[in-house]
Design a binder for this molecule. Structure first.
Ligand SMILES: Cc1cc2nc3c(=O)[nH]c(=O)nc-3n(C[C@H](O)[C@H](O)[C@H](O)COP(=O)(O)OP(=O)(O)OC[C@H]3O[C@@H](n4cnc5c(N)ncnc54)[C@H](O)[C@@H]3O)c2cc1C
Length: 386
């Protein structure tokens, strides 16, 4: 088989890359080993992130609207951020974007890629069903497949910093009707966060995302479950009876940062490229697919020709990802007592800054923050304290 653009992985990034390449008239094949039975974890998105990533959230896959998030410290002090969010029906979301890809002309194939093989001026993948040749291949197969690494790229800058997650779907009468996502920080989930996301009715998800302790994070999940139940015990008398319906684990490249994401005839996008998050990886997929299609039209699929993708992504997201990493590194160095005091000070303050002043000062602030994250966080807490 042959095509212009071959996308490996029906991840959010892969779906958007395939669709945007096909809409620019490239002949596109998208293959995924689990096609027909996709089972992806990410289920919560906030409107601010989606609009920043130019992604529209559609009613057809929204399961529940959220009014915002509460940041919670180890002792349960909370600061509220009023930011509209959504719990998504992930199966419906995947189906929606698969149909959009098909409507754009993408050929969908259920197949598992073993290797990506590089040739002068083209590329091929070896899959369970044989070999497929393309002018450009896009690896959107998530953090676990290492296809780009096996083809000689280093698409993540800090692969050791993947946050390993354990997430449970839980059920308890009324729990899913809560209106705020909870974002716990502290030693219950070192290096990043523990979360509660209400899904409507009796359903919700509880998760821990931990950095620096390897992929087996069950003990952190058990501790968080105890903290969560204690926190909820006044609102739900029988919270000890909370049922765990299913559990999944996986990795999230929140602090990894993209590395080498382009080579001759090869591009890497989404989790495989250290681009974490549903909305942001969808936007990265759009940019990547567009550049791939343009390169096949112009005939320059060299590293240089494809590097427009890196340039465009850097212009939109580089600072934000670097700030995110610096903030996580700062948090990781803080003790529970410090986090408690910090969240306590923020409690009751307006935490969302709207408008032009924030946007204008963003780049200058970003540079200072990267140089001295602790100082800037301290300053922010003091300003919030008034
Ligand atoms: C437990 C958990 C919860 C999360 N929750 C959220 C959340 O609520 N909101 C959010 O924004 N982010 C969340 N994230 C992060 C989010 O999942 C990722 O950042 C991103 O959305 C997932 O996309 P991905 O590019 O990593 O690909 P994946 O979602 O991992 O998809 C990769 C696809 O490639 C396919 N594939 C893999 N290898 C091959 C191969 N060799 N051949 C063919 N196909 C292959 C797989 O079948 C899969 O369909 C969560 C992460 C985890 C682990």
């Amino acid at each position: 088989m042959k095509c212009d653009v071959l996308v490996v992985g029906a991840s959010p990034a892969g779906l958007m890359a395939a669709t945007s390449a096909a809409r620019s008239n490239a002949e596109v094949i998208l293959l995924d080993r689990d096609l027909g039975n996709l089972n992806h974890p990410a289920n919560t998105i906030f409107e601010g992130m989606a609009s920043r990533a130019k992604v529209e959230i559609l009613d057809c896959y929204v399961q529940k609207e959220l009014q915002g998030m509460r940041i919670l410290s180890p002792s349960g002090h909370g600061a509220t951020i009023p930011a509209r969010g959504y719990f998504l029906d992930r199966e419906k979301l995947d189906q929606y974007y698969l149909k959009a890809a098909e409507a754009a002309g993408v050929s969908l194939l259920r197949d598992e890629v073993k290797y990506i093989n590089r040739h002068p001026g083209s590329i091929s993948v070896s899959s369970a069903q044989g070999e497929i040749r393309a002018r450009v291949a896009i690896d959107a197969s998530g953090i676990g497949s290492h296809l780009a690494q096996k083809a000689g790229l280093k698409p993540m800058r800090h692969p050791q910093d993947i946050a390993w997650a354990m997430e449970a779907e839980v059920s308890h009468p009324g729990l899913g009707e809560e209106m705020f996502f909870q974002y716990w920080i502290g030693s219950m989930a070192p290096g990043w966060k523990a979360t509660f996301s209400p899904a409507g009715g009796d359903r919700a998800t509880l998760a821990v995302f931990v950095r620096g302790h390897g992929p087996h994070v069950q003990s952190f999940f058990r501790s968080f479950l105890k903290i969560f139940k204690a926190y909820k015990s006044s609102a739900y008398r029988d919270i000890e009876d909370l049922k765990i319906l299913s559990v999944r684990s996986g990795g999230d490249p929140i602090a990894v940062l993209p590395g080498q994401v382009v080579s001759d005839s090869l591009m890497v996008v989404g989790g495989a490229a250290g681009q974490s998050g549903l909305a942001y990886s969808m936007r990265a997929g759009q940019i990547c697919g567009q550049v791939a299609a343009d390169a096949t039209t112009s005939g320059d699929v060299s590293r240089q020709g494809l590097s427009e993708y890196e340039r465009l992504w850097n212009a939109e997201f580089r600072w934000e990802y670097r700030m995110g990493r610096a903030a996580l590194e700062t948090l990781a160095g803080m003790k529970d007592g410090e986090i408690d005091r910090m969240v306590q000070r923020l409690s009751g303050k307006a935490l969302v800054s709207e408008g032009g002043l924030f946007k204008k000062s963003f780049h200058a602030g970003a540079k200072v923050f990267l140089a001295r994250p602790r100082t800037v966080l301290d300053l922010a807490w003091n300003l919030a304290r008034g």
